[in-house]
Design a protein around this ligand. Structure first.
Ligand code: SF4
Ligand code: SF4
Length: 483
């Protein structure tokens, strides 16, 4: 047996949520941890490779002619790049949070690594309050998601370049300007729209990093220390901000953090002990509605009617400029691709998406509010606001499946292209959706139970929440199944 193997501490106990206090980890979890720590320094090479790979997917298509009709990902590079980004990367990174948490962020993402490289040579100013505001990543998510639609990032390589170029620029500038101490990533903690999604959904994931010597006092922010996302390590309670960089992990140390596994959904079922946060809930509601609006404007006839009404209304007022196209970095202007958006398109697409986001948020707020109110009347603990925040976490699985199935349509298109018949692709989507909805209901049941209700009272309080889950499913129906 060599030295490295004998040093692996298989017996370090860690507190696993939902378990019975301190537990031994399985040997292969400890071995995985030791492997990652041993090769931590090599991650920089992986980041460099990912950086050049991502740049190639983003930049090379800009110099190529648009794909001809009938081009596929195996005979045209532009279509291939589009498929890798939207058909593989986007849905698979999402799904990966269930199994490996934010491993994309810590191990592979070139954007976060670039931000950190900039931080090493930057000003290292303290992160200002406007960046630290909980709503900042939600605003960033809304801006990037709407922009991705108006520049048609799914249809044209220029759109991909605008969206990811903007994100790259912001990540580097923010990393250069802010973040005191060692290699900080203020962009990843506070502003990255992808990080926000992955962070929120990592709460239902199977992977966690737990303090070996936890301190009470609740989750806290620490600009000093090794953590690039400013987590106060000893007081870490939630998975959201952990990008799994392994820098706080020392397999042979008695302090620091340790890698541990848990049943998916455990952190959410016990959300009370894991820093529940109202901003996450607003994000969950708004993001689901925004994603829906981003898909539905393409297929619903009501969007065409809305566009026409707004256009006629503008003509009556002499606002002819609405019929002109605007700058390429704000809207799709592709004469060769037979697509030129005007200001009218820009405003109606963004308005439609935002209206959907608000609509879904209002409906889910009312239904969750009703559930929380009923729970209170039936004897649940906490005040109405805290009950509402806790219960709203139940929407996580169905929201996640909505985003994967709805926005990852290229993946399903490719699955069909490689031989799966259309009926089987639809069945796969139905199965995923069924799984998401059932998981949401189980979580809702557990969350209401954790508030002190049992039996019939628990079921009664759950009914409006159930209606909310069904509402999300029904809203996606035409987008996903074309019915
Ligand atoms: S938070 Fe965003 S930029 Fe940072 S590592 Fe994750 S995906 Fe990349
Ligand atoms: S908690 Fe540890 S593993 Fe997670 S981001 Fe911070 S330093 Fe990296």
């Amino acid at each position: 047996m060599n030295g490295a193997t004998t040093q692996i501490p298989l017996t370090i106990p860690v507190r696993v949520e939902g378990g019975r206090g301190w537990q031994q980890r399985s040997p292969w979890v400890a071995r995985t941890e030791a492997f990652m720590v041993r090769h931590r320094s090599k991650l920089a090479w992986l980041h460099v490779a990912m950086f050049f790979g991502f740049m190639a997917l983003m930049i090379v298509p800009l110099w190529l002619p648009l794909p001809p009709d009938g081009a596929t990902f195996y005979n045209n590079f532009t279509t291939f790049a589009n498929f890798v980004i939207w058909g593989l990367w986007f849905p698979l990174v999402f799904v990966s949070v269930i199994f490996t948490g934010r491993s994309w962020c810590g191990i592979l993402c070139p954007l976060g690594a670039s931000s950190e490289w900039a931080n090493r040579i930057g000003f290292k100013r303290p992160v200002p309050r406007w960046v630290r505001w909980e709503g900042t990543p939600v605003v960033s998510f809304i801006v990037i998601t709407v922009l991705a639609q108006t520049v048609d990032a799914r249809g044209f390589p220029q759109g991909i370049a605008v969206v990811f170029g903007l994100a790259f620029a912001c990540a580097v500038v923010l990393g250069f300007a802010y973040g005191k101490g060692l290699n900080k990533r203020p962009w990843c903690r506070h502003m990255c729209p992808i990080g926000l999604m992955l962070g929120v959904f990592s709460r239902i994931g199977a992977v966690q990093f737990v303090p070996k010597r936890p301190q009470p006092g609740g989750d806290a922010y620490a600009q000093k220390g090794v953590c690039p996302t400013m987590i106060d390590l000893k007081r870490k309670e939630e998975s959201r901000h952990c990008i799994e960089c392994f820098r706080c992990v020392g397999p042979t140390a008695s302090g620091g953090l340790a890698l541990a596994l848990r049943k998916p959904g455990t952190e959410v079922a016990h959300i009370r002990r894991h820093n529940p946060n109202a901003a996450e809930i607003w994000f969950l509601f708004l993001a689901t509605g925004l994603a829906m609006g981003g898909f539905l404007w393409l297929i619903l006839p009501q969007y065409g009617a809305l566009r026409q009404t707004v256009g006629l209304w503008a003509i009556d007022r002499g606002w002819d400029w609405l019929g002109n196209s605007g700058p390429w970095w704000l809207m799709s202007v592709h004469p060769q691709g037979r697509e030129i958006y005007t200001w009218l398109d820009f405003f109606t697409i963004s308005g439609f998406m935002l209206a959907f986001a608000v609509l879904l948020t209002v409906v889910l707020t009312l239904l969750t509010g009703l559930s929380s109110w009923i729970a209170g009347r039936l004897g649940a603990d906490l005040d109405l606001r805290r009950r509402f925040v806790e219960q709203a976490y139940a929407y996580m699985p169905v929201a996640m499946v909505s985003l994967v199935v709805g926005l990852g349509s290229e993946l399903f298109g490719a699955i069909h292209l490689v031989g799966l018949p259309l009926w089987a692709v639809s069945a796969l989507k139905i199965a995923l959706f069924g799984l998401g909805m059932s998981w949401s209901l189980v979580l809702g049941y557990r969350l209401v139970g954790a508030q002190g209700l049992a039996g019939g009272r628990r079921v009664l309080a759950l009914l409006p929440l159930l209606a909310g889950v069904a509402f999300v499913g029904l809203e996606w129906w035409p987008a996903i199944f074309g019915a």
